[in-house]
Design a protein around this ligand. Sequence first.
Ligand code: NI
Length: 254
Amino acid sequence: MLFDTHAHYSSSSFDQDRDEVLASLPGEGVGLVLCPGSDLWTSRRCIELAEQYPHVYAAAGIHPEDALDLPEDWLAQVEEMASHPKVRAIGEIGLDYYWQEVPHDLQKEVFRAQLALAQRLDLPVIVHDREAHGDSLDIVREFPGVKGVFHCYSGSVEMAKVLVDLGWYLSFTGTITFKNARKAPEVIAAMPIERIMVETDAPYMAPVPFRGKRCDSRYVYRMAETIAEIKGLTWEEVEAITTENGKRLFRIEG
Ligand code: NI
């Protein structure tokens, strides 16, 4: 069974068939899904889905692109959601310097506040780092008690090694299946398999040969296949190990 460690089923892309897709996943070999929030509303929506489906877990948090115009009690709202038994992480949180809309200082403030919350609640975090590698690494190092995953990892091999030494995980999306993928395969080759997880980031970034289609967790086997190829492991080994890694990080038993 595979664990899709990052899929946005709160997205309106699933409004027509969300229940059909989610209900089908265990029969399609995807036994676990983690649905991260990106703002207060989507965090709540992910929790509702986790209540509805035994194989779905949730994370609550504010994405850097959603850090503008937060209500005054936003952090208290995230904390309250984090007390739900199916919320297994704070996320997704981080820095995004690709989109220019949200000032970097505000992104950093919201990121730090949520790392401090994760430290206090003893929860792992799911980090979004887009074109902000140096600052993302510096800030997570300010919170040595916090562990988590850099999702859709796009940093260097050197940074990956630092993160692994700090006890962090990296997860990879369909971009690793693209013909022009260069850096991620190098990172995967250099990383211990015990720190790698697979994810779709559905509805975005469908893997080859489904590129351009709406992505859902049924495609996550392509990431496991690609990792198996890069690391010279069998598909079954990658399936078992990446699922164990996700269960260990997000403290999912059974
Ligand atoms: Ni995401």
